[in-house]
Write a new protein. Structure first.
Length: 377
């Protein structure tokens, strides 16, 4: 059984494991204080979900905003990287304490997990995350996850907790993700526009859907926006996970959204295996390759990626790296595990298999990226 409508998010048969993401703009008010009474209603909803037989993981922003207030930093603690990291290290203690206290009021145990993009990009660490989340949930614990902003830099960070929530959902094999935000879903125009209409359901995030997004964070407290949420939806949908964007501003927001069927539901396009979902969710790369139209067509038919179809090689990747594949319009069409270092791919690009042994000086591998390690986007 799979999620087909918003109301299914409270059905333990269709949504046994749920990830809930809460942004800074909802959790922290303009003065930098946690909205404790509002957050208590979220905890009540988590308790209700648990009583229904569901397992819940929380992805909670707010550490930087809370810490900036305590340290009296301007610009929400985001003026410099050093201030953001200092704010995070102070605010994370207060944030974790708040979650622990409120969950304990409802006889729930909280666990803190601070993760970085690198933790998800390395396969072994990703599997460790998966195992830890699974054990915590089996023990009846509510994991509260946040990006480890005290050490993350621009090169190794998600930058928003929407995509973090989607990757956490992949790692714990969740059935659904709920992104609580300050609008009640995705609109075909900016929500302030008089002719704007909310999309109730999206089956596959397309370029047209991306064109509807507003990339900014209106509150100034967060780091995401609708663009980040659509990127999260793409990660989720490739792993067979439904994702919903709902208005989280009022008390008991999830119950309100599900009762009124208000929000945007992104339905998954397919259900990749754990390894393929991990490949498809990768966000950091050491290089890329570009292929011709014939190769694009071959990949669409389930073929492996051969050197003959490669027109361009970029970066400094090594054998075993996950790299993106672009078509000649610069559109990313796939990600996969490459079988050669970049220098070898550069040498054999455009050459048929029978010429590659002479170029490389050894028997070539069957493909540059084998179809078993290739994920189409």
């Amino acid at each position: 059984m799979i999620i087909e409508k918003l109301d299914d998010f409270r059905d333990p048969e269709k949504c046994k494991r749920l990830v809930i993401k809460i942004g800074s703009a909802l959790l922290v008010d303009s003065s930098g204080q946690v909205r404790v009474e509002w957050l208590r209603t979220i905890v009540n909803e988590i308790r209700t979900a648990r009583d229904r037989g569901q397992e819940v993981v929380v992805v909670s922003s707010g550490a930087i905003a809370i810490g900036a207030k305590l340290l009296e930093f301007s610009h929400g603690g985001r003026r410099t990287l050093a201030e953001a990291q200092a704010s995070a290290s102070v605010g994370q203690i207060a944030l974790a304490s708040t979650w622990s206290t409120l969950l304990a009021e409802r006889d729930l145990v909280a666990a803190q997990m601070l993760l970085t993009l690198d933790d998800f990009e390395h396969r072994r660490r990703y599997l460790n995350i998966s195992a830890t989340l699974g054990r915590l949930l089996k023990s009846g614990v509510v994991p509260v996850v946040n990006e480890n902003d005290t050490i993350a830099t621009g090169e190794i960070r998600f930058g928003d907790n929407d995509r973090l929530a989607a990757r956490v959902a992949q790692a714990c094999d969740a059935d659904g993700v709920m992104l609580l935000t300050d609008v009640d879903g995705l609109y075909d125009k900016h929500p302030s526009h008089p002719d704007a209409n909310r999309l109730d359901e999206v089956r596959g995030v397309t370029e047209e859907i991306h064109a509807m997004a507003d990339g900014g964070s209106g509150s100034g407290l967060g780091s995401g926006g609708m663009t980040a949420k659509l990127l999260a939806a793409e990660i989720a949908e490739r792993a067979g996970i439904a994702l919903a964007i709902i208005d989280g501003q009022k008390d008991m927001p999830m119950a309100r959204a599900l009762a009124g069927q208000t929000g945007t539901l992104f339905l998954p396009k397919r259900d990749d295996s754990g390894r393929r979902a991990w490949i498809g969710g990768r966000m950091r790369f050491n290089g890329s390759i570009t292929i011709d139209d014939g190769c694009v067509e071959a990949l669409g038919k389930g073929k492996s990626l051969l050197a003959a179809g490669i027109t361009k090689v970029d970066g400094d990747f090594e054998r075993g790296d996950i790299i993106p594949v672009f078509d000649e319009t610069k559109r990313m069409i796939a990600k996969g595990l490459v079988e050669y270092d970049w220098s070898d791919v550069e040498a054999i690009k455009g050459h048929p298999s029978e010429e590659q042994e002479d170029i490389l000086g050894h028997t070539p591998r069957s493909a540059v990226i084998h179809r078993d390690h290739l994920v189409l986007l």
